[in-house]
Design a protein around this ligand. Structure first.
Ligand code: ADP
Ligand code: MG
Length: 356
């Protein structure tokens, strides 16, 4: 653990309670052992958005601030979850091929943003990936590799161009029966940005928002030292770090093979799915970390760049000045986007920095 008490673990899991309680325990131990709780510090951890979410108010804010932030997270989940009944996304999915469904401003803006990234990534990132996500059901606990025919059928339903938005009426129509939206790759980023707005409103001076490894550091620490956010070693489930990102207002978001997966015959099947093959993306990458100002962009980009791979991913990133990326591959090589070296320090000897 780190002395300044501002290192964040990249944990994200709903796949088994053991991991969740391990994460909670680490958090509690961390708080108890290394962080002399400042008089004004307030922390709350809840399971929401399918993951362990922690908000730490280091300076400013009250329990009511935390309450408002967590209520907001719950509201976002209730609107955008693809796995629960009664959400707006469930309604849109049910009406696929039938009729447009009116949604909230929240849901409408996340879908719009997701479609932007679908276009930018040439469909590697695609919020209409739902049929495939449902088929693989990774994280459910009783996964198996689906039949080829089922994969082909799911692939035939994926096409972001068939998601029709009406900005005036705020409606969403999936044009083909069987289509399904899944906002799992972007909703947590939106949620983190929304929490930041609440912190701003309550004049919080320093806070850390960790939505299952989707980290946002808010404001400035009292001693004005920069924030330090740990990037998880993608081969360790124990919260060991690969390196540290140092900076002021920023969000650090990772997509990796370790977040959610299952093993079959010794093969790992992870949760970022290729819209071309219908299988988990296989391009030698273990994880991609994005450092940015806006968490919704960072979340969409981490999944997009993971799906695109290093070369195409770096190319896409050129359209985002000021946004940094860290790619980690199976050969334990770390590839940095131009400029990322200014904010990232590799600390784990198992990995080496590479030029690309
Ligand atoms: P995490 O949610 O674990 O932080 P990501 O942001 O990378 O990780 O999102 C992965 C999730 O996105 C998957 O669990 C699934 O719901 C969805 N997803 C999987 N493949 C794609 C894809 N190609 N495009 C868009 N969303 C995807
Ligand atoms: Mg993402």
């Amino acid at each position: 653990m780190f002395d300044d008490g501002c290192m964040m673990k990249h944990t994200s899991t709903e796949r088994n309670l053991q991991r969740v309680s391990a994460a909670l325990l680490t958090l509690i131990l961390f708080t108890a052992s290394t962080l002399p709780l400042a008089a004004e510090e307030l922390t709350r951890t809840d399971f929401v958005l399918g993951t362990v979410c922690t908000i730490r108010l280091l300076e400013g804010g009250t329990q009511a601030t935390l309450q408002e932030a967590f209520s907001r997270l719950q509201a976002i989940e209730q609107r955008m979850s693809a796995n629960r009944d009664g959400t707006e996304i469930a309604a849109v999915n049910e009406q696929a091929g039938k009729k447009p469904v009116k949604v909230s401003h929240d849901t409408f803006s996340v879908i719009s943003k997701a479609l932007e990234y679908a276009k930018l990534s040439g469909g590697a990132f695609d919020p209409s990936v739902g049929p495939l996500v449902k088929l693989w059901n990774i994280g459910s606990g009783n996964e198996k590799v689906p039949a080829r025919s089922a994969i082909t059928a799911a692939l035939n339903l994926i096409d972001w161009r068939k998601v029709e938005l009406d900005p005036q009426a705020k409606t969403v129509l999936l044009k083909q029966p069987g289509m399904r939206l899944d906002l799992g790759a972007i909703a947590k980023g939106y949620a983190a940005d929304e929490v930041a707005l609440i912190l701003e409103k309550h004049k919080v001076k320093a806070a850390v928002v960790d939505l299952g490894g989707n980290v946002l550091v808010f404001g400035a620490k009292k001693d004005k030292s920069p924030w330090r956010v740990g990037v998880q070693d993608p081969e360790s489930s124990r919260g060991e770090y690969l390196g540290i990102v140092t900076g002021t207002q920023m969000t650090v978001v990772t997509s990796g093979v370790y977040e959610r997966y299952f093993l079959e015959n010794g093969v790992r099947y992870h949760h970022i799915l290729s819209t071309a093959t219908g299988f988990p993306v296989e391009n030698g990458l273990l994880s991609v970390t994005i450092i940015a100002r806006s968490s919704i962009d960072a979340d969409a980009l981490s999944t997009s760049l993971f799906a695109l791979g290093i070369e195409k991913g770096m190319e896409l990133l050129r359209q985002f000045p000021g946004v940094h990326a860290i790619f980690i591959d199976e050969a334990h090589k770390v590839y940095l986007s131009p400029g990322a070296g200014k904010v990232f320090t590799l600390t784990n000897k198992k990995y080496t920095l590479s030029e690309k």
